[in-house]
Ligand binder design. Structure first.
Ligand SMILES: [Zn+2]
Length: 111
């Protein structure tokens, strides 16, 4: 029933019949994957995820914190309110700005 998406994550407890779901639909997952925190879940099938990454400043040989926002598709079987720590994976472009999908919502929320 649940497809193997090729990434070791715990499959969602709920089932859905969303064709764009990585687990229950036919959406291939390939490319990069990130951990991030949901900062906006106003849209019905999309969340805005912030990922933070270190960036080396060569002049000072120090790392600075950078952050970027990614739009990620939210399948019906995963719930991710704002503040939720999620794992997102790259997929084919689903819309103009969405080419990632939420594949796991961690139990421990981001503090
Ligand atoms: Zn699903």
């Amino acid at each position: 029933m649940v497809r193997n998406i090729g990434i070791t994550v715990s499959a969602p407890a709920k089932a859905c019949n969303d064709p764009n779901c990585a687990f229950h639909g036919a959406l291939p997952v390939r490319g990069k994957s990130f951990n991030g925190i949901v900062v906006s879940s106003k849209s019905s099938k999309m969340v805005v995820v912030v990922k933070e990454y270190p960036h080396l400043v060569g002049k000072y040989k120090r790392l600075e914190r950078r952050r970027s926002k990614l739009h990620a598709y939210l399948p019906a079987c995963i719930s991710a309110p704002e503040g939720q720590r999620v794992r997102i994976a790259e997929c084919r472009p689903i819309s103009k700005t969405v080419s990632f999908i939420v594949i796991e919502a961690s139990e421990t929320n981001g503090s």
